[in-house]
Design a protein. Sequence first.
Length: 158
Amino acid sequence: MAKDEWSVDVSVDIKATAETVWAIITDLDGASEVMSGILQVERLGGPDGYEVGTRWRETRKMFGKEATEDMEVASVDGPRSTTIVAHSHGADYVSGFAVEPIASGTRLTMRFTGSPSADASGFSRVMAKMTASLGASATRKAMKNDLDEIRAAAESRA
């Protein structure tokens, strides 16, 4: 990991098949019905469904305010893993899901990594270093909530 980069990993075990979990995490159009933090998803282009190049605009409630980011599927190895990229406010974000079958069902792991983009100003880089731990803590909490809601949805379908 680069010195300006920060990363958060969160996992949850789900009593449902990997295919059920995969169907939920790749259903962009149904995301706001599963995850309460997602207010809206607007498709922007690329392939239909969920494939490399699929782009969308996601609006979430973060820190008590609405935040909107444009996102794109960067890799898909279904039903095992996917990576999503975004660029916003001088930072590059990479998030991903790993879906692992286990004896009791499925382990779903989400990773989120943030780093200053190549075009970030010196001030942005300094601020990123100063706020990284706060950002990681808030991100971990939001990720845990998303995963708990994905678990509930998957287990209700199992």
